[in-house]
Design a binder for this molecule. Sequence first.
Ligand SMILES: [Zn+2]
Length: 345
Amino acid sequence: MSDRTIPAPAPGGRPLSALPKAHLHLHMEAALTPQRTARVAAAGGIVLTTVDLERDFSTFARAYLELVQLFGAHESLRMLFDEIADEAVADGVRYVELGVSPAFYAEPYGSSDAAMEAMIAAGEAATARTGVVFGMMVTVDRTLPLEAALADAALAAGFAGRGVVSLGLANDERGHPAGVFAEAFSLAKAAGLKSTPHGGELEGPESVVECLDLLGADRVQHGVRAVEDAALLVRLAASAVALDVCPTSNVLLGVAPDLAAHPLPALLDAGVRVTLNADDPHFFGVSLLDEYELCRTALGLSDATLAGIAAESIRQSALPPAEREAVLAEIAGWLASDPEEIPHV
Ligand SMILES: [Zn+2]
């Protein structure tokens, strides 16, 4: 049955901060809400310019690169991971799969490998303090030549089992089809990494098909335009592939006209596995908890549906199997509880 036929739940639903979840689509440089980014920038003596996204991906991509200047020092990198972990704790997030681009930082850290080591160390320190687990997604820039992607894939493969869990593919889809990078993704998969490219955001369903057929995608970041192809929805529903959906990002970058018209409910109705994510909180101003709240209030998703999405995020995470099972049991407990009896935090 569709959640869209159910009126929005009354205030007093189960507190979503207490719903355990994983965050699987989050880019490192823009991972913090603006207030948290400002703290890191101030500590490093850097003044950030204000950005007007104008619902335009190109403006967004340029603004994103400005943030790279922030994290070229060990101290600011550690502070970034601490802030990400603190936000995760506040949002009920147990696992963060973070999109990272070590090649951006080859110069300040001495090499891409050294930058990767620094990111993993910063993540491990934050885990020791908070319990939030990090998995790194080395991200290929699809606007660069294949050689750069092969270097990223080789680096990621070298860190497989040592902090890196997946190979991503980001930046502007238009004119940069996924298939060009098949060799890089095949190398990563051979090393045991997941394939987690962006697709079906700025291009249509054919871009999702390409991620599945040519990159062996385990998850597709965004993927929402799969909704335009009924056969693709059937294929996704029958598969183990999840779409890592980011509703606010889609609205602010013009992929969906507004939240009420977002394809998430249609994807759920079709039986597609979806997870909920914040993508770039620095630019979009929302945390993952905010996204869950918005799905409850603007899309009318029930607690059962939201718990199902959270459970899918945990199943798709790289947490050890025993830990996944324990968290899934906690999610079931959250749903089984009486919403009136859980104290709001
Ligand atoms: Zn993204």
